[in-house]
Structure formats: C-alpha cells, structure tokens
Design a protein around this ligand. Structure first.
Ligand code: MV4
Length: 500
C-alpha cells in the first residue's frame, strides 16, 4: 500500500477522501485554488498546496500542476474525487506516466466507457440489454431518417462522446429530425470537440437506476446493489436512495449480474457505476458506465456497511477484493438529499456567499458529508453543493421520517439552500408512494421551478397563491411549504442575502 495520497479535488468529496485516508493511516495532500484558501479540505489535510487562480481550467483541471504537486510532496497516489479530472483518461495516463497510482480504473477502461457507442457494444457483447439504437454514429440525414423509422419514434439523438444528458435531443416526429440533428451535432462539437451523434429509441419517462460495482485487479467483481436516482432536475440529481422501490430481488440480481458481466468483460478495475433506465413494465436498459466514485455513493455505504473510498484505495493498491457476492448484504433503507447553495424558489439559481450559520443535524443514523463550515465561503466558481445529508432507517418509511426530521433541524444562514425543496419532497404523495420517474420534479414542482405544484387540496392552493403573491413584493416570505422551526428560521428568507 502507498502511504501518501494527493486529493485532486475540493469541497465535500475532498473531505470525504481525506477522512478515508486518515482512517487507513495514509498521509493526505490537498490542493486549492485562490478561491479555496480557507476551505475545509485545506484545513483537514496534512498539507495543502496552492495550484492557481479560481477558474477550474487554471487550477483543479491543470494536470501538470497537480502532478508537479504530487512529485514535490512525495505523494504516491492520486484520488480524483468526482467531476474535474475524475473521468479524464489522459489524466489517469499522465499519473501513471509520472509513476503515480491513479485511484480509479485503468485509462483504457475510462476511454472505452467514455465512447458511448463503444460502451454499448461492450454491453451487447456481455449480454446486457441496451436501448435499441444505431451501433455507429449516423453520417447523413438520410441514414438517420431510415434508422429513426426502423427504431420507431420518439427517438433520442445522443452525442457519441456525451454523457450526463449533454448534447441529447428528443425527437417526436420525422419532420423535426433534420433540424434536431443539426443542433445536436453543433452542440456535441462545441461541448465535446466531436460532432458525432447516434440514435436510440426514446424510453418515455423512465426511472434512473444505477448499480454500484467493485472490481479488483485479480478478476473478481461484485455489485453492491442499486441506487434510485430519478429525482433530478436538468440532469442534476437532487435525492437518491437505496434500495429502489422499482426492483424486486429477482430484478435486482438480474441487473447486478448484468453490471458485473459488463465490468468483467471490459477489463474494468476499481469502483464504478453502471447506469440503467427502467421502464414502466420493469424492463431495464444499459445507459452508460460512470468510471468514478459518485456523489451519491453514501446511500450504498449505509445499506451495505462497505466504505467505498476505503475499497477504492485498497483496490488501487492491488489488493484483492477478499469477499464474494454472497457476502454483500444490504440492510434497511438509505436516502440522500443534496444540500446546495441554490434558491429552489427562484429556479435553483446559485446562491454563493458566506455561510453565517451552519448548524447541521446529527443523531443516530444521520450522516452529514459537508465541505463547508460556519463562517466559510461558498465560492461562485464551482458547483454549489455544500453538503449531503444521508440517513438510514430500517425501512423506507423510517428513513423518510428521519430525513424529514433532520431537514427540519438543519440550520443554514447567509446563503439560500435546497433544504425547503427537500422538505417538500419528503411529504409529496408521489414520493411517499414511491411513484418516481425522471419527470417527477417537473410534474410535482411547477415545471421544475422548485415550488410545490398546486394540488386539488384547497388549503394547499391557497398557500401556494399566498406564497406566489408574497414573492412578487418585498420582503420575501417563506415558501408555502415552510413550517419554520427556530433553527430552520436561520435558513429561511429574511436571514439570507437579498433574492436575486
Ligand atoms: C435516455 C432517455 C430516454 N431514452 N435515453 C439522460 C442522461 C443520460 N445519461 C441519458 N439520459 C436519458 N437517456 C433513451 N433512449 C432519458 C434520459 C433522461 C434521463 C436519464 C437519467 C436520469 C435523468 C434523465 C432525465 C431526462 C432524460
């Protein structure tokens, strides 16, 4: 095992990795941009090095500077966290070339999974169901027209190098196809430097369910069950849970086995996530492989008892997995809410600034993974995620109650947060009934604008109308959903900065 790890990231995930390293007896090296001089990850690491100005391109994405800090500090391994360089095959390659262990999959596996048609091909070869689609990028309008007619409308145009919903277009009729293709191609070219697009049949209002896998360098692969991630807005996940109400034991082991086959066939190592769409009748389709630790990894940790970052470090060091599929037992239910400095009542606009109050909840089976502290800053330059609130309960109902109580207890001042949105989700009838799909936020929260949608209940309608009226005239009143407790008051409108 290596003894010193550079964490090429910031915020809550850098803190999470530092904790795992410390527990494992490893020294930690943090890096920071000028905007993060006083950040929590800088304070918690054994040493910290400046890497450049606030823009990520000149700091957290600057491969040469990161590798130079690793060399200077004597770090032997690099953990990329998520985002930034985590799925950049060239960075993984550069680490290896500099004699560093990259805590993630081999560069070849990152590159292959980043090429969507190649990843689909790998899935087909491993006997994993994929959404019907073209096996290659489409080269002409005529070819696309033929393919779309064969697949049947609606179809989805996707960038070959895309992922996470970028450069994706839904096409309902043949007449829309040519202009949609042009737009998708130009979007793909500017976002990924590659205009190639391919077609898939569109699955209407699916669930997003993903399988966590772990693979060692000795050929052993296990899966750690699923995460239900359907509650998202514009491809940003907001709430995740494990298990998923959509899966029974048979479907779970089928999807788990499919994910393991794909990973084994692709020569994959370390932690990874295989994403699937699940349609209304319980059919599942491979979507893509995320070759990184994911934001929502804690829900899997709470139900399986397996520390995923610890496992990543062990596997990167070449250790054997040391357990088999039958040894992985999921127990109870876990839910995660992403607590971001955003205003859900104003379309989730970022709300950066100084965190004047930070009073996180605590208690049995309540976990807060935070990257901020009271008096600290949420910089405008990066993702506004401040913390993740994760709870465990013996069943879904217990977990939901615990999450609601923990959200009520969470006091944040100085910035607006997604806490009021999460409180509304936790009592939404569709959420409580497990009626989830990728359209949930759009349906339940006024076109995804963050406000609870009016229900037939007259009292609720009245409350929403009152809240909307109040919003039109300063000073802003609490959203209709708020039943402010004393601590929660600290995070309510009035104690924050002016609405933008
Ligand atoms: C789809 C789809 C429906 N049909 N593909 C969005 C993110 C990217 N990973 C793939 N995505 C989708 N691909 C077909 N053939 C619907 C989505 C999708 C979605 C997927 C996961 C989570 C949220 C989503 C929200 C809208 C659309």
């Amino acid at each position: 095992m290596f003894t010193k790890v550079l964490i090429a990231n910031r915020g809550e995930i850098a803190v999470r990795v530092i904790r795992a390293c410390r527990e494992a007896g490893l020294r930690t090296v943090a890096v920071f941009s000028e905007a993060d001089r006083d950040a929590l990850h800088v304070r918690l690491a054994d040493e910290a090095h400046a890497i450049g100005p606030p823009p990520a391109a000149e700091s957290y994405l600057a491969m040469d500077r990161l590798i130079e800090v690793a060399r200077r500090s004597g770090a032997e391994a690099v953990h990329p966290g998520y985002g930034f360089l985590a799925e950049n095959a060239r960075f993984a390659e550069a680490c290896l070339a500099a004699g560093l262990v990259f805590v993630g999959p081999p560069p070849e596996a990152i590159a292959r999974m980043g090429d969507k048609p190649a990843a689909r091909q790998a899935a087909i070869e491993a006997g994993v169901p994929v959404v019907p689609g073209t096996s290659e990028p489409v080269s002409s309008d005529a070819e696309a027209q033929r393919a779309a007619r064969d697949l049947g409308y609606p179809v989805m145009i996707k960038a070959a190098r895309g992922g996470g919903g970028k450069g994706m277009r839904l096409v309902a009729t043949p007449a829309e196809l040519p202009s949609a293709l042009r737009l998708a191609r130009s979007e793909a070219a500017s976002a990924f430097g590659d205009a190639a697009v391919y077609l898939e049949k569109a699955i209407v209002d699916p669930r997003h369910v993903e399988i966590q896998v772990l693979a060692d360098a000795h050929g052993d692969v296990v899966h750690l069950g699923e995460r239900e991630c359907s509650i998202q807005r514009r491809h940003q996940k907001l709430v995740e849970e494990s298990p998923s109400v959509a899966l029974d034991d048979r479907l779970r082991s089928e999807m788990g086995a499919a994910a393991c086959r794909l990973v084994a066939a692709a020569g994959y190592q370390n932690a990874g996530t295989v994403e699937f769409l699940v349609d209304g009748s319980g059919r599942f389709y491979f979507l893509e492989v995320n070759t990184r630790l994911q934001v929502e990894h804690p829900v899997t940790e709470l139900v399986t008892g397996i520390d995923l970052v610890r496992e990543q470090l062990r596997l990167a060091a070449g250790e054997k997995l040391g357990y088999a599929q039958a040894d992985v037992v999921a127990r109870g239910w876990a839910i995660e809410c992403r607590i971001s400095a955003e205003d859900p009542a104003a379309g989730f606009v970022p709300s950066p600034g100084r965190v004047s109050t930070w009073r996180p909840p605590a208690g049995p089976w309540v976990r807060v993974d935070a990257g901020v502290y009271q008096g600290g800053e949420v910089p405008i330059h990066y993702d506004p995620l401040m913390a993740k609130l994760i709870v465990w309960g013996r069943d879904r109902e217990a977990a939901v109650r615990r999450m609601s109580a923990a959200l009520d207890e969470f006091g944040v001042g100085g910035v607006r947060t997604t806490i009021p949105f999460h409180r509304a989700v936790m009592r939404h009838p569709d959420f409580l009934a497990g009626r989830l799909s990728t359209g949930f936020v759009e349906r339940a929260f006024a076109g995804g604008r963050g406000l609870p949608a009016p229900s037939p209940d007259r009292a609720r309608v009245a409350a929403v109308v009152a809240a909307l009226r109040a919003r039109a005239q300063p000073p802003a009143l609490p959203p209709a959903s708020a039943v402010p407790s004393r601590w929660a008051m600290a995070s309510r409108p009035g104690s924050g900065p002016p609405r933008r």
